[in-house]
Design a protein around this ligand. Structure first.
Ligand code: OOG
Ligand code: MG
Length: 262
C-alpha cells in the first residue's frame, strides 16, 4: 500500500457501508493509486473484523469469471471474496431487502470440497478430484458502491460484492455431470430472464476454481475440506425487487429458488 492511501479509512468505509446499508463512492475516486493488491489487503482485514465479531468462514466466491459479467461490470479479470455464515440462506428463507442496499441475483454452480486444496499449479482436474458434490446455487450480490459502479481494486476491497447465497437441496456427484456443457435457465416470476451453460465460466467452472486456488496460494492460504466455493455467475446478474421469485434451473443438477421480501 502506498503511503498516500489511508488503509484504515478504506477499511472503515467498506465495513460501515455493509453494516449501515449505505452506498459509498468508489475508494479509487479518493485514492486513484489504490491497487488490486491493496484491495485484497483491505478485504483480508474486513474478514478479520467479521471473524472477531463472531462470524465464521463457510467458503469463498469467485466473481467476474464469465464474459457476460465482465462486460456488464466493465472489469476484465476475475476476483474472489469470502463467504461467511450470516450470508448463507437455506432454500425457503427469503432475501430480506431491509438488510441490503440494492441486491441482484446470479445463477452459479457451487462446489463442496472433500479434501483440502492448495496451490501452486492446481488444475481443473485436481479441483474435480477434490470435489465431493456440486450444487445449483443463487448468489445475491450487493455492491456497497453507488450504482453498482466500481473498478477491480474497489470491488475486491468490498469482498467482491458478497451478500447472501442459497444452495439447492439436491447435491450431485461431480463425476455424474459435465459442468462445461451443463445448460442453465434463470427465471423471475416464471418468465425466462437469462440462459447459459457452465462453459461461460472460464471454459469450465473447475478451471475458475483452479485459478482461484493458485491465487490464494500467493497469499499463503488454501481451501479446506467442507468449504463451499461459488464458481461465478454464468450470466449477467438479474435485477430483483421485493415480491420477486427467482429460480435457477440447471440441466441434471436441478433447481434452486429464492423469494425476495421487504
Ligand atoms: C462483483 C461480483 C461478481 C460474479 O459471480 O461474477 C460476481 C459484482 O458484479 O458486483 O459475484
Ligand atoms: Mg457471483
Amino acid at each position: 500500500m502506498t503511503t498516500t492511501v489511508r488503509f484504515e479509512d478504506c477499511l472503515n468505509r467498506v465495513d460501515r457501508a455493509e453494516k449501515e446499508r449505505e452506498e459509498i463512492i468508489r475508494l479509487t475516486e479518493d485514492y486513484p493509486e489504490f491497487t488490486v493488491e491493496d484491495g485484497y489487503e483491505v478485504q483480508e482485514q474486513l474478514i478479520a473484523r467479521r471473524i472477531q465479531e463472531g462470524n465464521k468462514i463457510t467458503g469463498y466466491k469467485l466473481g467476474l469469471t464469465s464474459k457476460p459479467k465482465q462486460e456488464m461490470m466493465g472489469v476484465h479479470e476475475p476476483s474472489y471474496g469470502v463467504l461467511l455464515d450470516y450470508m448463507h440462506l437455506e432454500e425457503g428463507e427469503p432475501v430480506r431487502f431491509s438488510e441490503l442496499i440494492h441486491p441482484k441475483a446470479e445463477p452459479e454452480i457451487a462446489f463442496y470440497l472433500n479434501e483440502d486444496l492448495e496451490g501452486p499449479s492446481v488444475t481443473g482436474v485436481d479441483v474435480l478430484a477434490a470435489t465431493k458434490y456440486v450444487f445449483p446455487a443463487i448468489e445475491i450480490i450487493d455492491s456497497r458502491y453507488k450504482d453498482f459502479k466500481f473498478t477491480l481494486p474497489d470491488v475486491v476491497a468490498d469482498n467482491s460484492s458478497s451478500a447472501r447465497y442459497i444452495l439447492g437441496g439436491r447435491p450431485c456427484k461431480v463425476s455424474d455431470v459435465d459442468l462445461s456443457l451443463m445448460g442453465m435457465v434463470m427465471t423471475k416470476n416464471g418468465e425466462i430472464e437469462t440462459t447459459g451453460a457452465g462453459a461461460a465460466v472460464l471454459g469450465h467452472p473447475a478451471t475458475a476454481i483452479a485459478w482461484f486456488v493458485n491465487k490464494l496460494h500467493e497469499r499463503g492460504e488454501k481451501l479446506r475440506k467442507g468449504q463451499v466455493i461459488l464458481s461465478g455467475a454464468i450470466t449477467g446478474a438479474v435485477t430483483i425487487k421485493p415480491g420477486d421469485v427467482v429460480q435457477a434451473n440447471f440441466e441434471k443438477l436441478g433447481s434452486v429458488t429464492v423469494r425476495c421480501v421487504e
